[in-house]
Write a protein that binds this ligand. Sequence first.
Ligand SMILES: *[C@@H]1O[C@H](CO)[C@@H](O)[C@H](O)[C@H]1NC(C)=O
Length: 288
Amino acid sequence: MFRRTSVLGAALLALTWLTTFVLAAPSAGCGRDPTLRSQTYNINVNGRNRQYILRVPNNYDKNRPYKLVFLWHPRGGSMQKIVNGEDPNRGGILPYHGLLSHANESAIFVVPEGLNQGWANNGNEDTNFFDRLVETVESQLCVETSLRFSTGFSWGGGMSFALACARPRQIRAIAVISGGLLSGCQGGTEPVAYYAQHGTRDSVLNVGMGRQLRDQFVRNNGCQRLSYEPQPNGGRSVRTDYQGCRPGYPVTWVVHDGDHNPSQVDAGSNTPFAPKNTWDFFSQFQAQ
Ligand SMILES: *[C@@H]1O[C@H](CO)[C@@H](O)[C@H](O)[C@H]1NC(C)=O
């Protein structure tokens, strides 16, 4: 079965996103007294000062390997707006993409600040920023290095895509929320677990752009292509879990009838579906 409505999708979630176990690989920071805490940091990357906000879980346990989640802001956004959130009824993103309650203190969050409020990734400067953040955080804090994730809306989705292309073995899964090819794609031939959602009425990044990115990972992940293009069911999103993908490399596509909106809801609901979908997709992976 390829296609189901989001209502059925929710009911069948447990059946379709089976837990995938990955080999545990705790970082060098495990067992060390932490030198990083929840605050804004500056870091020099290739001679430029870069900034990020780190969120360390409450009651941080230096012997517990945490997930590491990167949240990249959209064009014109900022790390502070990701942390504080903006009114979702006006197209804003919930604080920390609405992921904190789902994560339940099981993840370290890294919220980087773009140059010129975006992720042009000129000369790979943003990919290099990611590399430095991984090194810095993982040498000081306890991270499960097989469970790194990345998500973002719009340009933040494009940046997550760029990392899936260029750092496929460093990233377990990404979630692209209304993204496009905006930060480049170096490499881009290896599999990465891929969630994306996009609106058919997107007036900023046409849905065709989201489909193009998706199809690259449908190919990379070895999934069966569809003979049709999934459409929203009126005001309800439609979720498609691709079949036949390499084990551990699923692709899920959620199409809705909305505009360029990170906080899209289904008809009859007040709850944006991106946070739960994203977290369920990420947390199907567990280290052991
Ligand atoms: C959150 O995590 C704590 C500690 O790991 C656990 O006891 C609790 O049941 C979790 N809560 C939810 C809602 O999963």
